[in-house]
Design a protein around this ligand. Structure first.
Ligand code: DNO
Length: 389
């Protein structure tokens, strides 16, 4: 497996020389300043790659080459958007970058209600509280129909929280929920979010699947010709949210996607934290089932609660058996070696804010020390298992 590290480019407070000290070899990044739907120019890709290589790394994965909302909504003349996506892929391939992570979540990327929940013994983590989410949907956005999506205890807790919340608390909740979009674009206030949601009125899971299939038909053959792997990132959390359908949440969804374009160019980002937040998902089993299609792995853990809340646990704690998962990935790596294929790149996904991380203002979920701890623990598991093989 190739140890890699997500870097957000020059806006990231963590520098490439700092990342070098983690021991990771690969960089995972994107041209975050380019608006969704606009072609990534070859020169800009080359310049970013040169910067990464000068610091002693390879640019191993693009995360993400985002999909324009119009494609997800299946709206209007999409030919220019598909052609822009293919051109960006061709420009990346021309610069030697062949793995592209993306997601197909409508409107929002990952969603949390608290970016700095306290961890026992110090530090903070990202947390998804079902009552807070319910408070946001029902009391702040005014989506009464969301009452059907939560257990009664969560609804009661939501009402109680909202009653005592100050304006600053409410703003902090909105900020946390909107923080999943890493680029400079498409961040919403309440009015913008309502408008965005209205754009999905009438789009159910079946329609979203149709639109996804159309996207795959448009881009996977080109990716195959370029020798690339697109790898879809699962929904986070893996369930419908804000009334929006989600179609990359469990093994059945993944099976549908893999069959929709049965090509090695149509791959999977195995994100253990996203998939692990659904109690029905057995993450090592999902990894084993789709092993040959995994183009990239995000390794992290979550601890789930009965009401649908969860929080991000340390990498070897939480509900997912990380050792079992890594065993599956190493087995797949061994098969790839025999086929002359490169190993799977992975990154320590998220981390707690620990020690000097606190107050440093790095991207939510992406602190230096917390991820370094995660990487070191994962590296230990990999070394131990590799020794035994
Ligand atoms: C969160 C990330 C996601 C991921 C995108 C891929 O930390 O795993 O934001 O990058 O969903 O498109």
């Amino acid at each position: 497996m190739i140890e890699s590290w997500r870097w957000f480019g020059d806006h990231d407070r963590i520098t490439l020389p700092e990342i070098a000290q983690t021991g990771a070899r690969g960089i995972v990044t994107a041209l975050h300043d380019i608006p969704y739907g606009v072609v990534w120019p070859r020169q800009a890709i080359a310049a970013r790659r040169a910067q990464i290589m000068a610091a002693g790394f390879d640019w191993v994965v693009v995360e993400s080459l985002p999909i324009h909302e119009a494609i997800k909504r299946g709206e209007g003349d999409l030919a220019p958007l598909f052609s822009a996506y293919r051109q960006s892929m061709a420009n990346l391939a021309a610069e030697g970058i062949r793995t592209i992570c993306y997601n197909f979540m409508p409107l929002l990327d990952w969603t949390r209600t608290d970016l700095a929940a306290p961890v026992a013994r110090g530090g903070t983590c990202l947390r998804f509280s079902a009552p807070r989410m319910a408070a946001f949907e029902i009391h702040m956005l005014g989506r009464r129909e969301a009452e059907a999506d939560y257990p009664p205890e969560a609804l009661a807790a939501a009402a109680a929280w909202f009653q005592q919340a100050t304006e600053a608390d409410r703003q902090a909740l909105l900020h946390a929920i909107m923080s999943g979009l890493p680029g400079a674009f498409d961040r919403y206030d309440l009015a913008g979010l309502r408008k965005g949601l209205a754009g999905y009125a009438g789009i159910d899971a079946a329609t979203l699947r149709q639109n996804y299939k159309r996207f795959l038909d448009e881009v996977v053959p080109a990716a195959a010709d370029l020798g690339m792997a697109l790898c879809v990132h699962p929904d986070d959390p893996p369930r419908d949210i804000l009334g929006l359908p989600r179609i990359v949440s469990d093994a059945d969804d993944i099976a549908w996607i893999m069959a929709a374009a049965d090509s090695p160019a149509n791959g999977l980002t195995l994100c253990s934290g996203s998939l692990g937040a659904n109690p029905a998902n057995d993450v090592p089993a999902i990894a084993a089932r789709f092993a040959d299609r995994i183009a990239f792995a995000h390794l992290r853990n979550v601890r789930k609660e009965a009401d649908g809340s969860f929080e991000e646990a340390a990498h070897l704690e939480g509900d997912t058996d990380m050792v079992a998962l890594i065993e599956v990935l190493l087995g797949e790596d061994a098969r790839r070696v025999l086929q002359g294929r490169p190993p799977i790149p992975f990154r320590p996904d998220h981390g707690h804010e620990l020690l000097d991380d606190l107050g440093r203002g790095t991207h939510p979920g992406y602190p230096l020390i917390g991820r370094l701890r995660g990487l070191a623990e994962l590296r230990g598991v990999i070394a131990g298992l590799a020794h035994r093989r």
